[in-house]
Ligand binder design. Structure first.
Ligand code: F6R
Length: 608
């Protein structure tokens, strides 16, 4: 989704802004722009396409000045084009960058047109620039103009504003979309996330909902939703800056796939004490809340939703706790019945997904408590939930989620154990599962060694239009996740089915042009799965089966078995994810797609 960067400094800010935009590229975008105040005037440059196109334009037409704002746009209102790219200006006086959606922009636009404003874009953002200009022309100062304008906007947004009459000043506003202030020495910054500003600061101030901030080089003032001046805590960024570099890998996605032995360990190691899960890891209030849990409602989107589906098998199968899982965009728009004692668990890599956040806000008064499983410290879900368990995966830059997913699963398993203690999980079972978890980093490491076999296997997919993924039990959501990864980065249509559903429809699709990927569990459903494989084979479908050595599935004509390490059943969904991530990666590389920034997708989906 759109990315915002802003800076006020003694030095020229355009280099800082450009680097910030590069670091926000992972969020997904289709055009980029910058506006810099040079001491007298605001100069603007915008380009459709990549940040590099803007950088090339800046080479020929440098923007120098000590305050500025910049933006990567992910089109919502109006197609990707230079005219629709941000910053948007009203005349020459005011420039605005915006992330989010202004729901009442049509109404505001009509009123502004009646007042004589002309529009040069189809965006909702341009109304903000004109509203600011109108307020200033009618006598409001710069800051009150932003306050009044924000008050007239409906929807979710984050804004950055500069004005030609306000040397070195930057105004930021946050209502529903993420925005962070970077605190420097004699210079200050704003950005959609911390990663954009790591070259210039590691100290951050997170704005709360409804906050408006005024920044100069030396001072930051924040007003809360009630217009009161407030102090917002400054926190230090903890991850190494190498987390945001590709290192020896060609793509962030591959780097992040290979980080999984380390990050899955980081997701559990400090949370285990004497071979049991330490429930204080969930927050001081966790124990009394968990004591009252009667059922679980999990809400998430995309990959995070798939993690939730696996948690359902664990919560109900291991712990005996009723557990419902639903995608946020459905849940929030239907009348729901919330039973007493419901723990609401949101799962989100970014912590900013608009639908997930809205679902939490909608039910807050009706639930026992909320827990978020999240990867971004200080994100909205973390701040607005009663409890949180951070996934500790470090920044995930590739748009396709990999390490965030496997660490979510680790955290969900920890959650199942601590709540499950109050239900069916005995201390002996908990110790046994914790012991199994210790094997996880090594098992992931071992499955990464299948990389070159999977690279070979990817050739069978690169020319295909469609594919089918089958799984059973906890590996059914893993088949869904494998299909989603393939769709996202290689643009091949991929469908996932519980293997038992095959003959209820999808078998009609199977022929030699439809590769079928199967993840074969080592549980009592294996024989049933083998029967499903026969059905595919008999129709000329080419089968790729990921199975452990003891599963006794044989390679043969049209059947390729890729051997997985043997492992405790509880770890299967986590470890079987790895080869499917590698498969989608290699197919995408063969097809030459943009692996880290697949078309039309955004990393942080801050609009619904
Ligand atoms: C897929 C992917 C998306 C996200 C989804 C939710 O690789 O990344 O499906 O999982 O947009 O995002 P978060 O987890 O940030 O709430």
């Amino acid at each position: 989704m759109c990315g915002i960067v802003g800076a006020t400094a003694e030095r020229s800010v355009s280099g800082i802004l450009l680097e910030g935009l590069r670091r926000l590229e992972y969020r997904g975008y289709d055009s980029a722009g910058m506006a810099v105040w040079d001491g007298e005037l605001i100069h603007r440059l915008r380009r459709e396409g990549k940040v590099q196109a803007l950088a090339d334009a800046l080479d020929g037409q440098p923007l120098t000045g000590s305050a500025g704002i910049a933006h990567t746009r992910w089109a919502t209102h109006g197609k990707p084009s230079e005219h629709n790219a941000h910053p948007h200006m009203s005349g020459t006086s005011v420039a605005v960058v915006h992330n989010g959606i202004i729901e009442n922009f049509e109404e505001l636009k009509s009123e502004l047109m009646i007042s004589g404003y002309n529009f040069s874009s189809q965006t909702d953002t341009e109304v903000i620039a004109h509203l600011l200009d109108q307020a200033i022309k009618s006598g409001a100062d710069h800051l009150s103009a932003v306050k009044d304008t924000v008050a007239s906007l409906d929807g979710a947004f984050a804004l950055g504003v500069i004005h030609e009459d306000k040397p070195g000043e930057l105004i930021a506003a946050r209502q529903g979309s993420p925005l962070v202030i970077g605190v420097g020495i004699g210079e200050n910054f704003i950005a959609s996330d911390q990663l954009a500003l790591l070259p210039v600061t590691d100290r951050f101030m997170f704005l709360e909902e409804g906050d408006i901030a005024h920044l100069t080089r030396d001072e930051i003032t924040v007003w809360d939703i009630n217009g009161e001046i407030v102090e917002r805590e400054v926190t230090q960024y903890k991850h190494a800056t190498s987390a945001t570099e590709k290192g020896k890998f060609k793509h962030f996605m591959m780097k992040e796939i290979y980080e999984q032995p380390t990050v899955t360990l980081a997701a559990f190691q400090d949370r285990i004490q004497d071979a049991l899960v330490n429930e204080r890891a969930f927050g001081e209030q966790a124990a009394p809340i968990f004591d009252q849990v009667k059922q679980i409602q999990i809400i998430a989107c995309g990959t995070s939703y798939h993690a939730g589906l696996i948690a359902k098998y664990w919560m109900e199968g291991l712990a005996g706790i009723p557990c419902h899982v639903e995608v946020a965009s459905e849940y929030r728009y239907r009348p729901v019945v919330i039973q007493e004692g419901t723990l609401f668990i949101s799962i989100s890599q970014s912590g900013e997904t608009a639908d997930t956040l809205a679902a939490l806000r909608d039910v807050k008064d009706q639930i026992l408590a909320s827990l978020t499983i999240c990867n971004v410290p200080g994100s909205s879900l973390v701040r607005e939930s009663d409890l949180c368990l951070m996934t500790n995966a470090g920044p995930e830059i590739g748009v396709a989620s990999t390490k965030a997913f496997t660490t979510q699963l680790v955290c969900l398993l920890l959650t199942t154990l601590v709540i499950g203690r109050r239900f069916k999980i005995t201390e002996a079972l908990e110790r046994q599962i914790v012991e199994s978890m210790m094997l996880l980093p090594a098992l992931i490491e071992e499955s990464l060694q299948m990389d070159s076999d999977i690279e070979l296997m990817s050739q069978a997919f690169a020319e295909k239009q469609h594919s089918l993924f089958l799984g059973r039990g906890t590996l059914y959501p893993i088949a869904m996740e494998g299909a989603l990864k393939l769709k996202e980065i290689s643009y091949i249509h991929a469908e996932a089915y519980p293997a038992g559903e095959l003959k209820h429809g999808p078998l009609a699709l199977v022929d030699k042009d439809m590769p079928v990927v199967t993840v074969a569990p080592r549980n009592d459903m294996l024989d049933k799965l083998k029967a499903n494989l026969q059905e595919v084979s008999a129709r000329g479908g080419e089968l790729f089966v990921f199975a452990g050595c003891t599963q006794k599935v044989q390679s043969g004509e049209g059947v390729h078995v890729l051997g997985m390490p043997d492992m405790p059943e509880i770890l299967e969904p986590i470890v079987y994810t790895i080869p499917l991530q590698l498969l989608s990666y290699h197919v995408a590389v063969l097809k030459g797609t943009d692996v880290d920034q697949p078309r039309n997708l955004a990393k942080s989906v801050t609009v619904e």
